[in-house]
Design a binder for this molecule. Structure first.
Ligand code: CMP
Length: 139
């Protein structure tokens, strides 16, 4: 493993502590499956009621999630778009870039593959989705 790759992996795990538990042999996979994507202020990343084909991890910048007329902001280290992938239901909210953003994107197919091999990560993502659902129901 070269120095550059090791640095990228370290950075990835520091930004997303969710992946801390992944063993060293599997860490390189992170760089292969998670595809970089950039967005500009005002870009709509996820549209409510559309079919979900990917999950997004925020590397830098801020996005706004519009839930029941209220705005929730998510920054570096957070993720969104997990609900549609977990449930198969349409997107539950619009998600818009507030400023310049960098994401790592996990496709639906790679989400399945990755989460089936990393049940602890899956459980953490699932717990967050349930928390968000409960929040939205209460609002
Ligand atoms: P999904 O339904 O696929 O697409 C919209 C996303 O917005 C959703 O997944 C969550 O990732 C995110 N989201 C929905 N509700 C909330 C909330 N209350 N707080 C933060 N993020 C949310």
């Amino acid at each position: 493993r070269d120095h550059e790759q090791a640095r990228k992996i370290t950075e990835f795990i520091e930004t997303f502590p969710l992946f801390k538990a992944i063993n060293v042999d599997d860490q390189e996979e992170l760089l292969l499956l998670f595809v970089p994507k950039a967005a500009s202020p005002g870009d709509r990343i996820v549209r409510i009621r559309e079919k979900g084909d990917a999950m997004y991890f925020v590397v830098s910048g801020t996005v706004e999630v519009d839930v029941n007329g209220a705005a929730v902001q998510l920054g570096a280290g957070s993720f969104f778009g997990e609900m549609a992938l977990l449930t198969g239901d349409p997107r539950t909210a619009d998600v818009t870039a507030v400023d310049y953003c960098n994401f790592l994107v996990l496709s639906r197919r790679d989400f399945r593959l990755f989460m089936s091999r990393h049940p602890a990560v899956r459980a953490a993502v699932q717990a967050m989705a349930e928390e968000r659902l409960a929040m939205n129901r209460a609002a």
